[in-house]
Design a protein around this ligand. Structure first.
Ligand code: FAD
Length: 284
């Protein structure tokens, strides 16, 4: 964990672009509330194969125009070089200097048909097209990406993105801090020493989280799962226990030297703000 000791920790909040006016209003209230916490930046996801391109940009610009730093995500699978060059030019024209670069996942039943296979190719492309204009974040998987054949391959593929010019990384969410500590140590051993910020998923809806975790390869520890299942429909207990689990996770990560936290807010400020307050992050 040595290379992760940062002078100033970076905290960020992730949103997805809302598709309705009602969703947009809810998100506006969320980012206005979370902006009081003075995060390093907000980030806004990018739908599969560019499906939310304008919504992502629109949301980022709205936040940015209100005076807060915001980074759009950009994904490459199913895209052409020409299409991505256009997106990058649009980001550049709008004064954006920070992006989260991903491969992305194609919706099931869709064919690839693009010119990019992996995120390292996207990072290379961004650097070739725009030099050092963008601060580039990439994704990292302490519990191993579901399509990686081994933990070693998982690190080797992560290294390709770093070597291609990434500045920092944000992890997939996890609930087992040892997976993160071990991943960071292995990265250090491979000479990777950029900030690897843990992605944090507060627990709101347990059954939804379980399904999603299956798909993205995030493990919910058995003791957490069994306790959650035992609560049945008692949403108040699920929420209270989830807050305890996630707050303790964040505390362990920060105490051990994690360079910050990136919260998957699901466009709600509630749980993230409670965790923030419990960790006393405003005065830390
Ligand atoms: P890659 O780094 O390309 O890895 C994908 C898989 O391919 C891995 O298994 C890797 O081990 C393997 N691999 C990589 N390079 C090679 C190679 N050269 N040869 C063989 N195998 C290789 N998705 C979205 O659609 N939009 C978003 O906005 C979005 N935001 C995200 C934000 C964060 C912080 C994270 C963690 C994920 C996000 N995702 C998003 C999900 C992400 O797109 C998926 O996890 C996707 O499956 C992998 O993306 P990647 O950029 O990590 O891909």
């Amino acid at each position: 964990m040595q290379s992760q000791q940062a002078l100033k920790k970076i905290f960020s909040f992730e949103f997805f672009p809302p598709k309705t006016e009602q969703g947009a209003e809810k998100l506006r209230q969320t980012w206005r509330q979370l902006a009081q916490l003075k995060p390093g930046f907000f980030s806004v996801t990018y739908g599969a194969a560019g499906s939310t391109r304008e919504l992502t940009l629109g949301t980022v610009l709205e936040i940015q125009r209100a005076g807060y730093p915001a980074a759009p995500h950009i994904s490459c699978i199913g895209s052409t070089r020409e299409g991505l060059a256009e997106v990058l030019a649009q980001y550049k024209e709008n004064g954006i200097r920070h992006v989260v670069a991903l491969r992305g996942d194609l919706p099931s039943g869709t064919f690839g048909g693009g010119e990019f296979r992996y995120a390292n190719e996207l990072v290379e492309f961004i650097r070739a097209e725009t030099g050092d204009h963008f601060y580039i974040e990439v994704a990292a998987y302490p519990e191993v990406h579901p399509q990686a054949r081994s933990a070693q391959e998982n690190i080797a593929h992560f290294k390709r993105k770093v070597d291609a010019g990434a500045n920092a990384a944000i992890t997939q969410y996890f609930y087992n801090p040892d997976a993160y500590f071990s991943f960071v140590d292995e990265c250090e051993a491979e000479g990777i020493n950029l900030p690897i910020v843990p992605g944090i998923m507060p627990i709101a809806n347990f059954s939804q989280l379980s399904r999603f975790s299956e798909a993205c390869g995030a493990e919910i520890p058995r003791w957490v799962r069994m306790k959650m299942l035992g609560y049945g429909d008692d949403t108040a207990s699920i929420k209270a226990f989830g807050l305890d689990v996630v707050t303790q996770l964040c505390d362990r990560l920060l105490t051990a030297g994690a360079p910050g936290l990136h919260f998957y807010t699901m466009n709600s400020a509630g749980l993230t703000s409670v965790i923030w307050d419990r960790l006393h992050l405003s005065s830390r």
